[in-house]
Design a protein around this ligand. Structure first.
Ligand SMILES: [Zn+2]
Length: 252
């Protein structure tokens, strides 16, 4: 699973680490397609037992208005993604903390319905984007359950996917998400979302402003953010081993 936030117009690398440029985003989609990666929504990922090996679930947290471009770029390629929407801020300016976030509004109800019509999944991301683990039981449960209800009323469909704001979760929150009727929830823990994982604690790979199409492909292939260093360490390991065996060869 990949996690995006903002997709900013143009070619320049955005300052905000959680934004990618529109041109990089398109290059990343093209690279995924060229590499034979098939896209599914989070709910498909969580419920379909027969997915091909190269399956990727693209996700967007918060639902920034600049994501309309991303939606079109995906739809043009026959790809899909899941958006996690903060139900108390539909069409509004976000008021939760995010250092350095470029100012912009969030997607509105008619935009979300249009996105659904072209095959995108709309999931929930709480009512007000607070850290769920810091809330008392009742407030936390309302953040989880009400966002599902409000979105379902807004969209006229049922909502089955959730993402924890700030990736902040614990067993109590995961239980509340399940009790509210969602089929799955994603975190910001790094790694592959595996078939036998708990569907309420799915892992994702963050896409950062500096990720190119090729670093993105390495991320999805290795299930890690530490692509450069881990590949380098492996390479160094191989060199040490080959030197050692070459040395033994000479000595023996
Ligand atoms: Zn968020």
């Amino acid at each position: 699973m990949l996690m995006y936030h903002s997709v900013m117009p143009g070619h320049n690398v955005p300052d905000w680490p959680w934004a990618v440029s529109a041109s990089r985003f398109e290059a990343q989609l093209d690279a995924l397609q060229a590499g034979g990666w098939h896209t599914v929504t989070q709910s498909e990922l969580a419920s379909d037992a027969h997915l091909p090996a190269r399956t990727v679930a693209i996700t967007f947290d918060d639902g920034y208005a600049d994501n309309l471009f991303a939606c079109e770029a995906l739809a043009r390629r026959g790809m899909c993604a899941t958006w996690f929407i903060v139900s108390g801020f539909i069409g509004k300016t976000p008021r939760w903390t995010a250092d350095g976030r470029p100012p912009q509004r969030l997607l509105d109800a008619s935009e979300l319905r249009d996105m659904q019509r072209v095959g995108m999944e709309i999931g929930a991301h709480s009512v007000s984007h607070r850290r769920l683990t810091e809330l008392d039981d009742m407030t936390m449960e309302l953040e989880v359950a009400d966002s599902r209800k409000i979105l379902a009323e807004t969209l006229g469909t049922s909502v089955s996917s959730f993402a924890y704001p700030y990736g902040d979760w614990d067993a109590r929150c995961a239980k509340a998400v399940e009790a509210a009727g969602y089929g799955s929830a994603s975190t910001t823990r790094t790694g592959w979302a595996k078939r036998d994982d708990n569907p309420y604690t799915l892992r994702r790979l963050t896409v950062f402003n500096t990720d190119t199409a090729s670093t993105l492909i390495r991320k999805v292939s290795l299930g890690s953010h530490e692509i450069a260093s881990s590949a380098l360490l492996k390479q160094m390991g191989r060199q040490v081993v080959s030197k050692m065996s070459a040395g033994r060869g000479r000595a023996g």
